[in-house]
Design a protein around this ligand. Sequence first.
Ligand code: BGC
Length: 761
Amino acid sequence: MQTQKTARYLSLLPVTIAFAITTVMMGQNTITPKSEIPGKVEALLAKMTLEEKIGQMNQYNGFYDVTGPAPKGGGAQRKYDNLSKGYVGSMLNVRGVEQVRAVQKIAVEKSRLGIPLIIGFDVIHGYKTISPIPLAEAASWDMEAIKRSAQVGAAEAAASGINWTFAPMVDISRDARWGRVMEGAGEDPFLGSDIARARVQGFQGDDLSDPLTVAACAKHWAAYGFAEAGRDYNTSDVGTGTLFNVVFPPFKAAKEAGVKTFMNSFNTLNGVPATGDKFLQREILKEKWGFDGFVVSDWGSILEMKAHGYAKDGKDATFKAVTAGSDMDMESDLYVTELAGLVKEGKVDEALIDDAARRILTVKYELGLFDDPYRYCDEAREKEVIYNPKYQEDVLDMARKSIVLLKNENNLLPLKKSGQKIALIGALAADKSSPLGGWRIASDDGTAISVKEGMEKYDGNTLTYAKGADVVIGPATFVRELTINEDDRSAFAKAIETAKNADVVVMVLGEHGYMSGEGRSRAQLDLPGVQQELLEEVYKVNKNIVLVLNNGRPLAIDWAAENVPAIVEGWQLGSQAGNAIAEVLYGDYNPSGKLPMSFPRSVGQLPIYYNHKSTGRPDEAADNMVFWSHYGDESNEPLYAFGYGLSYTSFAYSDLKVKPTKQGATVTVTLKNTGSVTGKEIAQLYIQDPYASVTRPVRELKGYELVTLKAGEKQKITFDLTGEELGFYDNQGVWQVEPGQYNIFVGGDSDATLMKSFEMK
Ligand code: BGC
């Protein structure tokens, strides 16, 4: 049987190729039945030497132009030799059918047992056709669209020979300084768990052996998003309550959705590097949750335990990692060099090696690699799938849904479609690479639709473009520290002149796509370089500004929020960024996104998140303006709260009813579109447990519903709350559902005021 997705894919193809592929796939349908996999794995393990089993636990980065002659000498030679000996179980960053086939051929044809490689790659938000960055996608709260976006990335990557993605990243983060917030789903564990599930399902599909799906990887286990001060790779100290209630849930959701692999993380957690953490990998993941896939280390993280001050040397690090449950070594090259010795010395039980190899081999069987090691290597399929035009529709749909309207004073938006002089300002407005975002290593530069191109399609207005200022100077690459333009104002004058003569000014400002992501922490969260200055200069001559933000993280844009009449959060929206933004600006798409992460007013507020705990002094008392929990120079409130986002219409909530049930409560509310155009609202339900055996957050998201209503239309929405939503993990990590009062809030963001309480018996 073809899966639905494959059928969909075939429908896109010319008949002859579709026929050829169907024929190949009929052969592929003879893959090993699931029930036979354990027996086959055991039989294979019995044939393997200790070194071969350890080889399965070794992952190398692409090391050589493998389609060329074998390397001579040096590290590449050793890696090549190990591959031929069967001492490599996986490779990453080898891509394209030709390259993958070449490495696979060495593993399959040269090594004694011919065990195929599993080929990993970071398909984070697309492969060639690029989706919005994951944080942007999270703003859609639309699980179908997110799943579809993951399917697109999986299909293109799989067609390119890859069968394992290092995604989804499910790290919760409360600190926008951390560059990797762009890769996750924001600050909320409830929304984050749904997104984790959707992404795993999107990548893996229903059948892992489908050649258009890939194995997924929940990362980074764990608490990587709690890096102190938002500085990447930094220490995490997280208490048990926060671990179980905030950090773990999206990982658990990924596990329950059947994710095949986990990746551990670079950070220490409470003094132990995650890579060497037995509590995380063995006790929680493998024992408590019963995860039967495998855990890969992060890049070199086994060796990094030395720098952390946790391992004496490579050998000690190897011992600690394998004992803790890290099954595969990404690029430390330590398992192949140290592990056999440790087993022979009796320090590491061979059963641990068997367990790790068993897990890895099982996933390879499930991917169908033993039935056909070249199953993902089909040139015709690669040609047809990569950049298939249909995928542009999918990522456009995702991009539209990711946009958040932050401000729209006097209905400046949507723009009129004719008779207007529009000034378009900002280097990012014409940038065809930056919208591709930060994690798009396979993508082709210059392939995104820029905002300028998107807007030019609306030709009833006069559009004049002026750069105003560059954001970065020189080339922007994945591995290069960017040089921000701090002093070149030479293009200001032209931009100001252009703005002076315009009816409306659209300014596209923010971060370059490579300003967020791994290693891209920031200590300031303003508009980088001279962009704030440019904004203020333009404002002096024309106040009718629509600010379109391009950014990989929440920004502190208090001046703009105060002064600029319209603000659109346009993130980095991928291949179709400019089309999606133009459609929103012109009202052909009514924005519906809601922020998945709080926007601070200033960096000093960080970490800032809506689901914080109360203090003993939460409010300013009338007779005491000092001794309460606050800043003397800044509000406690975020600039834009979690869940916030406007529409071109308006919505009203009324008639909130909370009816206690045996399991919890049924909540109903009436939502009405009180504006003049059709719109989609993301109705949100928050709970508060006002007193409990352990203090609970002031609010927690526990339900949401995407509702599209015509002008004037209303709809009753129902939420069912059970112990699953009302309970929490205590400080021993034990699930509790406590009787007593619960407050229920329903509305369009985390500041919702409509409230009713009920008693849980
Ligand atoms: C990142 C991972 C990534 C890996 C492989 C590491 O530096 O932390 O998220 O999957 O590299 O590229």
